[in-house]
Write a protein that binds this ligand. Structure first.
Ligand code: MN
Length: 298
């Protein structure tokens, strides 16, 4: 079993401090999960506006927004407009290839004084034509057992299956331990796994993990274990390893540098593949893509 620990890099996203855990140095993906921001928890006073992310595009990925506190207003170029509340999931599919794309904005609605969420990206598989799409799941399978409560955000676990669409085999389980315990759970051989500590303290593989640290491992078989302190909140992620290494630049994910370069040129040139949304009255701006560097992009 290969086992590691990731610690967060702090970033500013739309005015809010986020802890970025993926991609991270040599560790780029857990299954098809290729990006992880733990957003907040942040509380802000009146008039500060919370998180305000202007209009930006995506290709080659799905954005997976798991709300924990506060609200987030999602608008995209498919015409979706949804206010995502705690316990709800927004899953936006950008589409693949050089014909597809999507753009969106994310905002804390006026008068909402807090934000806390985990936003992940899922790399779409190579050589498949996938069109843009948006799913909103107001209800997901949830249960309590043995001093812990669970929400299944994607995949199958403990005899349940989430309604969340998938393009590759993935697992996402939110777990809150109300009692200190050792939790043993089944894992699949050859899958990659990660445990993000959202709050509290845990031990995995003999190492201690605090909030905004993440355990990652692969090639385990049968079962894995976590020792969690009372009040600990984690997100368990898993997935089948990607068959090919993804390339990432800015908000784009692809399997070729040319596809990334094309996406930068198309977005900055106003190409209709990304669609648009009306920004009037939102206070948000359209964000230009930075040029792709000449050096290799990983
Ligand atoms: Mn985005």
């Amino acid at each position: 079993m290969k086992f590691g620990k990731l610690t967060a890099t702090v970033k500013d996203v739309g005015g809010i401090e986020v802890a970025r855990l993926l991609p991270k140095g040599g560790k780029r993906t857990v299954g098809a999960w290729c990006f992880l921001d733990h957003i907040g928890p942040a509380v802000f006073s009146d008039g500060l506006g919370g998180m305000q992310v202007g209009l930006h595009p995506h290709i080659g990925l799905q954005t997976f927004t798991w709300m924990l506190e506060g609200e987030q207003l999602h608008r995209d170029s498919l015409g979706s407009e949804v206010c995502v509340s705690p316990g709800q999931l927004a899953l936006m599919t950008a589409g693949t290839g050089r014909r597809h794309g999507i753009c969106h904005t994310e905002q804390t609605p006026e008068g909402v004084p807090r934000v806390h969420a985990v936003q992940l990206w899922i790399a779409l598989p190579p050589r498949r034509e996938i069109a843009p799409d948006f799913e909103y799941h107001a209800q997901l399978p949830q249960w309590s057992e043995g001093g812990a409560s669970f929400v299944l955000t994607t995949g199958s676990f403990a005899g349940r299956t989430a309604p969340t669409g998938q393009y590759s085999p993935l697992l996402g389980v939110d777990v809150r331990f109300s009692e200190a315990q050792t939790w043993r759970f089944p894992v699949r051989p050859h899958w990659e796994y990660g445990i993000l500590v959202i709050d509290g303290e845990a031990q995995v593989g003999g190492m201690k993990f605090a909030a905004n640290e993440m355990a990652v491992w692969s090639d385990s078989d049968g079962f894995a274990e976590i020792r969690a302190a009372a009040g600990t909140h984690i997100m368990l992620l898993g997935g089948e390893p990607l068959a090919e290494q993804v390339l990432m630049w800015w908000n784009f994910v692809a399997y070729s540098r040319d596809d990334l370069a094309q996406a930068v040129a198309d977005w900055n040139g106003g190409h209709p593949r990304f669609g648009t949304i009306d920004l009037r009255g939102t206070g948000l701006q359209r964000i230009d893509a930075p040029d792709l560097p000449q050096t290799a992009v990983r």
